[in-house]
Design a binder for this molecule. Structure first.
Ligand SMILES: Nc1nc2c(ncn2[C@@H]2O[C@H](COP(=O)(O)OP(=O)(O)OP(=O)(O)O)[C@@H](O)[C@H]2O)c(=O)[nH]1
Ligand SMILES: [Zn+2]
Length: 189
């Protein structure tokens, strides 16, 4: 259930259009406040979800070695400028005691966390910590690569720059070899 208040968004968008010198009542803009309200409900739907809720599906499979889902595409909204940033997340973990979750659940966790006003660093650490707390694996590693529209279409205007963030938990923190293995697998084209 979403807590997004459509009326408030519509009023705010109407005011913004007025404030930039547009006529919010002209034909092309008349429905824009409603459209933006629907869009915000969609792109911020993660605010009403718990990222860990997806991870309770476990299979009891005794696999205590690496599971890596790489190249999970995501779209998020920069909390500073409310413009998109987007890219790929790579999620790896080493399950413990049969706590193996569904592969799609890792992508769902990324989706829930991304669909909020966000910082790339917080997406990365929230996904890692949700997996750590829910599945209590030996280790978790999350790498996120993204392009930020606030750095391309405005401001410093540097299209093509890519920001890479990582969060490393548990055994990956000490075990350099397994960390290197995951990074090699992530970068393999
Ligand atoms: N660390 C981090 N910074 C981000 C992220 N998204 C946007 N930013 C940065 O947030 C900063 C906000 O800086 P401010 O000086 O408050 O705002 P601004 O004047 O619009 O900044 P400029 O983008 O440099 O024009 C900028 O440096 C952005 O590049 C993110 O996910 N992580
Ligand atoms: Zn920004």
């Amino acid at each position: 259930m979403s807590d997004v208040n459509h009326d408030k968004i519509e009023q705010a968008v109407y005011s913004i259009l007025e404030a930039v010198g547009e006529d919010p009542d002209r034909d092309g803009l008349r429905d824009t406040p409603k459209r933006v309200a629907r869009m915000y409900e969609e792109v911020f739907q993660g605010l009403s979800q718990d990222p860990s809720e997806h991870l309770h599906t476990v299979f009891g499979e005794e696999h205590e070695e690496l599971v890596l889902v790489r190249d999970i595409p995501f779209y998020s909204m920069c909390e500073h400028h409310l413009v998109p940033f987007y890219g790929k997340a790579h999620v790896g973990y080493i399950p413990k005691e049969g706590q193996v979750t569904g592969l799609s659940k890792l992508a769902r966790t990324v989706e829930t966390v991304a669909k909020r006003p966000q910082l790339q660093e917080r997406i990365t650490s929230t996904v890692a910590d949700s997996i750590l707390q829910t599945l209590t694996p030996h280790g978790v590693i999350v790498v996120v690569e993204a392009e930020h529209m606030c750095m391309t279409m405005r401001g410093i205007q540097k299209p093509g720059t890519e920001t890479v963030t990582s969060a490393v938990r548990g055994s990956f923190e000490q075990d350099e070899a397994s960390r290197a293995e995951v990074l090699t697998l992530i970068n393999r084209s």
